[in-house]
Design a protein around this ligand. Structure first.
Ligand code: PLP
Length: 356
């Protein structure tokens, strides 16, 4: 018998979630963000399900090339541009769009040759202080770009630090709007949180990521309330059952102590599968569709669960770690992290089962 853990990818949920993004930002083009192997969901089948997108954003040249070689003709944006000058050859060969956030990258573009023009997204730092030029550098950046023979369209871009939190986008949006912006330049600002909550940020291109995978970017609104459907369901099964006595300890470090005799289950899923080790006793989990909790520390390949609410459960009972019936955000909160980290952390050894 093979180990029962699987990540089931429901493609129809991607189609639904893209529609939610379209309805939220009806006047903008959509660049679906499929970096990090489509947030752990698998690049090519996700891109295919999202083929109605106006473009795709990825991080690595390898991902961009895989998309082109699979026949995708949409815009493909490299979210951090290129990391070396030699990568420019691949950019021009595959007609990719570039984020530009340093003068070095502009010099590399200047030296590149191509039959087609390359569109450039100028990354501006409006307050997150991660990547991007300072707003007052824009004129200088634009004139440096004018010296690049293969320069195509220019799009101004920024990224929000707190679109998903109480602070919102007000300050950064104000900085963006006060830019000395030459007429006719397009703009791209919004991540999922801004797509859903701040129409004033939508502009020409929106860049939803997490919402496409059916997770809510907000702490105070659930994915279901936003009309989003989970794409990944991480499933496994009970592989052992133990009857333990009051006072017995469970797992490494013995961090959980039974206060009465109880039945516990062992699930084939551990941190080497991408399940968070920081998920404490009490993290929600579904067994046979019934909600129960994890017990003690998560091991590398296994975790333990409380079978008290489901006394009938035997070896082989199906378990849902997250996904359909149990939101990944809820599990992430119990592990003091965010859904993004859990989805991206799916390990290679967890097979993807792709359903239409
Ligand atoms: C990852 C990323 C996004 C998508 O963000 P979500 O919060 O997942 O919607 C958008 N823009 C940039 C620049 C990113 O790096």
């Amino acid at each position: 018998m093979t180990r029962p853990i699987q990540a089931v990818i429901q493609l129809s949920a991607l189609v639904n979630n893209l529609l939610v993004a379209r309805q939220a930002a009806p006047d903008s083009k959509i660049i679906s963000v499929i970096k990090a192997n489509a947030y752990g969901h698998g690049l090519l089948h996700v891109a295919k399900a999202l083929e109605e997108s106006d473009g795709f954003a990825v991080l690595s040249l390898q991902e961009a090339v895989r998309l082109r070689e699979a026949g995708f003709t949409q815009r493909i944006l490299l979210l951090e541009g290129v990391f070396t000058e030699t990568e420019m050859v691949t950019v021009t060969e595959h007609c990719l769009s570039l984020v530009i956030h340093t003068y070095e990258q502009i010099a590399w573009l200047r030296h590149a040759w191509a039959a087609q023009r390359i569109d450039v997204f100028i990354k501006l730092n409006t307050g997150m202080h991660r990547l991007g030029f300072a707003p007052q550098e824009l004129p200088q950046v634009l004139s440096a770009l004018q010296t690049c023979p293969i320069l195509g369209r220019v799009i101004l871009m920024t990224h929000f630090a707190t679109a998903d939190e109480g602070e919102g986008v007000r300050e950064q949006l104000a900085v963006f709007q006060e830019l000395n912006r030459p007429h006719g330049l397009l703009a791209s600002l919004a991540n999922s949180a801004a797509v859903l909550r701040y129409p004033e940020t939508h502009a020409d291109w929106v860049r939803p990521g997490i919402m496409l995978y059916g997770a809510s970017p907000f702490n105070d609104v659930s994915a279901a309330e936003l009309g989003l459907e989970p794409v990944m369901t991480l499933r496994s099964a009970v592989i052992a059952v133990q009857q333990i006595k009051a006072g017995a300890h469970v797992g490494y470090g013995g961090t959980f102590t039974a206060d009465a005799d109880m039945r516990i289950g062992v699930v084939a899923c551990g941190y080497a599968d991408g399940y968070p080790r920081h998920a404490a006793t009490g993290t929600p989990i579904l067994v046979d569709g019934i909600r129960t909790r994890t017990l003690g520390r998560v091991s590398m390949d296994m975790l333990m669960i409380d079978l008290t609410p489901i006394p009938h459960v035997e070896i082989g009972a199906p378990v849902t770690l997250w996904g359909e019936g149990l939101s990944v955000e809820e599990v992430a909160r119990a592990a003091c992290t965010i859904s993004y980290e859990l989805l991206c952390a799916r390990a290679e050894r967890v097979p993807l089962i792709v359903l239409n």
